[in-house]
Write a protein that binds this ligand. Sequence first.
Ligand code: B4P
Length: 193
Amino acid sequence: MLIVGPPGAGKGTQAARISEKLGIPAISTGDIFRANVRDLTPLGVEAKKYMDAGDYVPDSVTNDMVRDRLGQPDVADGFLLDGYPRTVGQVEELDRILADGDRPLNVVLQLTADTEELVRRLLQRARVEGRSDDTEDIIRHRLGVYHEQTETVVQLYAQRGILTRVDGIGAVDEVTSRVLAALEPFTGPGQAA
Ligand code: B4P
């Protein structure tokens, strides 16, 4: 399954809870990039230029990284991708990766929240974590990039009939309850809260 939504919607937060509940690994492209930046790998040095500006890392870099990660044994029984795909090119590559492994995509979960709440949350995170891409100008730029490039991705999955929308406003536990209820048709009642 996939989780999509604008920066600050709660993707990473909810992905960790879904992963625990369903017993599948959550794979965040943002986390993989940040780990590479921290370790000063060539991938991290390349990605940092884009991340610090609030831009997407080019598809050529991101797609290879995801293909490699989805080839690892722990994803054999399912996985949750957090923050990928974000462009139409990434959707096409994910389609190829899943077709090569004969694995279907069951559900795409979209988390929604209004812009001012997103900015408020990310500025709060900046105070706590000090992420270099969480300044107000860069946050607003990231929201613009999401609007330009990733809303089309959401529409594509809606057209395929596998998109489930969940309101991301409210306390984290409340949102988790909504998410698990929305996933119930795909996971069975035994798995939901
Ligand atoms: P990400 O790491 O995915 O960052 P993000 O969009 O800010 O989402 P994140 O998951 O961290 O935050 P969340 O909404 O959970 O990407 C960072 C950068 O990496 C991108 O800008 C890009 O440069 C690059 N990148 C990643 N994937 C890429 C791809 N596929 N292609 C190209 N480039 C890519 O939470 C935000 C905050 O809100 C947290 O502090 C959380 O505690 C808080 N929060 C969550 N739920 C809340 C709630 N209900 N109430 C109040 N606060 C809440």
